[in-house]
Ligand binder design. Structure first.
Ligand code: SAM
Length: 235
């Protein structure tokens, strides 16, 4: 998969995306992520990319032309038009299911807004979908783009050791994950559930399923109710 991030702060994105699992996957060639500086596409001699909003009001608005020229240059270098996402507090909230669907696409173009946002005309022209990471407002789209990239990338082939690494995690099946324990066996006087030390895989699986239901019911009754409804629906 190819992810193209258009931002005014490419170093901020690179710093995160060069580290850990995503950084390793990029170096190993399982994933290609490129950060494009929208400022490189302005025709303004002072490299300006924003201006005051028409109609007055606070703050600045990112201009249409540099964003459009950046998008056109990225599209020209790809075999087909990337699915274009504007990270926006007005978008649909990101879910595990949407991240899974996006991970199956060949290429994504992620547009990060800043200041008061982006001139609506370029959004109307290039954006396929708006995605929010939650009902709150951040200063820019970079953190949301990083969140989206991480959530999508870890489900791309080769990034994690195998699909069960993400299929068994919270939200994939509609439930939260069971509690996890590691060495030492005794810490601060607390042991670990006996079944996990038994080596009996069927019993371990049963315990994990039961814990997964318990934890979901306790922490996210909304997810638990939706899960039960789906389980009991006639297909
Ligand atoms: N004026 C805009 C509004 O009220 O809808 C908010 C602009 S916000 C200060 C600046 C940029 O941050 C946005 O253009 C968007 O790219 C990004 N952003 C802020 N909060 C976000 C969120 N919850 N999810 C995704 N992107 C967000």
């Amino acid at each position: 998969m190819q992810i193209e991030i258009a931002t005014l702060f490419p170093d901020m994105c690179e710093a995160v995306l060069s580290e850990s699992i995503i950084g390793r996957a990029r170096r190993a060639g399982y994933l290609s992520v490129t950060c494009h500086n929208i400022r490189d596409y302005t025709l303004d001699k002072h490299r300006r990319v924003d201006d005051k909003p028409f109609g007055g009001g606070m703050g600045m608005v990112m201009q249409a032309e540099p964003v459009y020229r950046c998008w056109e240059a990225v599209c020209a270098a790809l075999p087909e038009k990337p699915h274009t996402i504007y990270l926006s507090p007005q978008g649909k909230t990101l879910t595990q299911q949407r991240a899974r669907e996006l991970s199956r696409l060949p290429a994504l173009f992620l547009l990060c807004g800043h200041y008061e946002g982006v001139d609506q005309r370029v959004l109307d022209k290039i954006v396929d979908e708006e995605i929010s990471i939650g009902d709150y407002v951040l200063t820019g789209g970079e953190l949301p783009a990083l969140v989206l990239t991480d959530a999508v990338a870890r489900m791309c082939t080769g990034v994690l050791p195998n699909a069960s690494a993400f299929e068994e995690e919270s939200h994939f099946s509609g439930l939260l994950e069971y509690p996890q324990y590691t060495r030492p066996e005794l810490w601060e006087g607390e042991g670990v559930p006996e079944v996990l030390l038994s080596g009996h895989h069927r019993n371990i699986d049963k315990w994990r399923q039961a814990e997964s239901l318990r934890v979901t019911q306790e922490k996210r009754p909304d997810l638990y109710a939706a899960f039960l409804e789906q389980e009991n629906s006639p297909e």
